[in-house]
Design a binder for this molecule. Structure first.
Ligand code: FBP
Length: 550
């Protein structure tokens, strides 16, 4: 494929490795771990992989021990996130360091490739083409849910055939949940296959003390912030539009919050706060309309509003509705499959409570339809398909018209709509993600060498220079709890939502009133790959604030 000048220059970039991984290393075991909640249930479901200790790699002074060649499989799972290719190149280099005859096999188009035996061998010629590049196109990705014994057994056939001793699953919370289930099953039958996870997702919702951030969040938020900054500058130049910008990120509002910290818009809605304050959709609309009116009173008929894509799920009444819809959709799956989509709303309304039916009726038809129909393979509402930015601007427009009648608003309101999501998922990774991902992959190879299973690759101390990063493994069961999914209680990795007592939110909350009425926009500009460290190597503001003073 023809390469751009930047792509060619990036190929020469040498990711920085944490010092612990550059030499011969020893593994230090921490204390046994517990799951974040529902300990007894998780322990019962994961008898072979529950309670494992945290692991940390340290530099060893002893001379390196040679390893045997090892064959490893790798899967990219779920939505794209910048840096995936570097996890793979780090893994490749890591297993080659164990032994130069080690081999890496990439399963195609996500977990489905493992079950359907679709793979390629990733040779150094292929890997070298993709170093430091964005995208998941080296082997493709997919959302097939790995959860059934037949799938695990089918997968084992190809793993045995290729003599693969370990599978590395690069995915978000749902894919790493599947990795934990697979690890437990293979351990229970002594399959001789390790399973290691890597924390991927632009959403930033797969994190805890040991996984400080998921990869891709840094680059994606920098791309969106550049675009928001450009819009703010346009908005501040023309002074005639209100821009409603929806940002990807699924349930959690980390992306919207990070972009707000970077660009200082007039409004940013945080779903977790909407839920905590028990706000209705009208409350959110009134909040925005009041800011539009206040700016109009100063003669400023323009502004920017950031909306997290998962907002709708956090409005308490709608959350209740979705919970009941999920149960009804699961319980009546056979009936629903046979019903004409036109008749489905009627059928569903007849099977839900009067209160929830009233909430459903209050929503515009297209939003109601999304909530009733579309779920991804993991049972998530496909929030990226709901046009919340249009829904809100429409409602704000109506509210402003009413305020005008009451004499509470004098101004003009013209809206533009944007949705930023896919634009950021395959961007060329920032220096942070380039280094972080390479280290995650290289570290995963060390976990393979250590012979462990059911662990997630953990690289932390990330606000420090890369050489000081701390590497190791964290048992995936440690992050799990029981949640209701597709009408049943399931063990899943607990999603990290925005903490309203966390520093990133508090910094935002402290300044938002000033940003609302005044125009305090910041224009971050495009990601820089070459140049001074303060321009090129800064981690996200979320990460910095979360670790301030630690
Ligand atoms: P992951 O959780 O798999 O990383 O997906 C992230 C994401 O980009 C979400 O922000 C978004 O809601 C979803 O994927 C969109 O899914 P799809 O790529 O299937 O349209």
């Amino acid at each position: 494929m023809k390469k751009s000048a930047l792509q060619k220059a990036r190929l020469a970039y040498q990711p920085k490795l944490p010092i612990a991984l550059t030499s011969s290393l020893k593994m230090v075991e921490g204390k046994p771990t517990q799951s974040v909640a529902d300990q007894e249930k998780i322990k019962e479901l994961f008898p072979n992989t529950y309670g494992l200790p945290e692991l940390r790699f340290e530099k060893d002074t002893a001379s390196p021990k040679g390893g045997k060649p090892v064959n490893v499989g790798v899967i990219l799972s779920g939505g794209q996130a910048p840096g995936g290719h570097n996890v793979i190149s780090g893994l490749f280099d890591g297993i080659k360091r164990i032994h130069r005859d080690s081999r890496l096999f990439g399963f195609l188009m996500g977990p489905g490739g493992l079950v359907d035996h679709k793979y390629i061998e990733l040779t150094s010629a292929i890997i070298d083409e993709y170093r430091n590049t964005g995208g998941f196109d080296i082997i493709g990705s997919g959302r097939t849910k790995l959860e059934r014994k037949e799938q695990f057994d089918k997968a084992l056939e190809i793993l045995k055939e290729l003599n693969i001793k370990a599978v590395v699953i690069i995915g978000g919370d749902d894919s790493n949940t599947n990795a934990a289930v697979l690890a437990e099953y293979y351990k229970s039958i002594n399959a001789g296959v390790q399973v290691i996870g890597c924390p991927k997702t632009i959403d930033g919702d797969l994190k805890n003390d040991m996984i400080e951030t998921s990869f891709g969040f840094d680059t994606a938020t920098k791309v969106y912030s550049e675009l928001i900054g450009n819009i703010e500058c346009d908005c501040n130049s023309a002074k005639k539009y209100w821009h409603f910008i929806k940002l990807m990120g699924r349930s959690a509002s980390h992306i919207a919050l990070e972009c707000a910290l970077q660009t200082q818009p007039n409004v940013c809605i945080i779903s977790e706060e909407v839920e905590a304050k028990n706000m209705t959709l009208d409350d959110v609309v009134n909040y925005i309309a009041d800011i539009v009116a206040a700016r109009a009173a100063d003669g400023n008929n323009y502004g920017t509003v950031l909306i997290p894509e998962g907002l709708i799920e956090f409005i308490p009444a709608i959350k209740k509705l979705i919970a009941e819809l999920n149960n009804v959709i699961a319980e009546h799956a056979d009936d629903i499959a046979g019903i004409d989509t036109e008749k489905l709303p009627e059928y569903i309304k007849a099977h839900i409570s009067a209160e929830n039916a009233a909430t459903l009726n209050s929503l515009p038809d297209d939003v109601a339809r999304q909530l009733m129909l579309d779920r991804d393979p993991h049972g998530n509402v496909q929030v990226s398909l709901i046009e919340t930015e249009k829904l809100l601007s429409n409602m704000v427009g109506k509210r402003l018209a009413a305020m005008k009648e009451e004499g509470k608003y004098v101004g003009k309101f013209a809206a533009q709509h944007h949705f930023f999501g896919y634009e950021g998922r395959c961007a060329a990774p920032s220096n942070f993600d380039t280094d972080y991902c390479y280290a995650l992959g290289y570290n995963a190879a060390c976990l393979v060498y250590a012979g462990v299973t059911g662990y997630m690759s953990s690289v932390r101390n990330l606000v420090k220079p890369a050489v000081q990063w701390i590497c190791g493994g964290i048992p995936i069961t440690m992050m799990m709890n029981i949640e209701r999914r597709n009408g049943a209680d399931k063990p899943v990795i607990q999603k990290a939502l925005v903490r309203l007592d966390g520093k990133p939110f508090l910094k935002f909350a402290d300044q938002r009133d000033k940003w609302a009425v005044n125009t305090c926009y910041v224009y971050p500009g495009p990601i820089q790959y070459f140049g001074p460290a303060e321009v090129c190597d800064q981690p996200s503001m979320t990460l910095k604030y979360e670790h301030e003073g630690k």
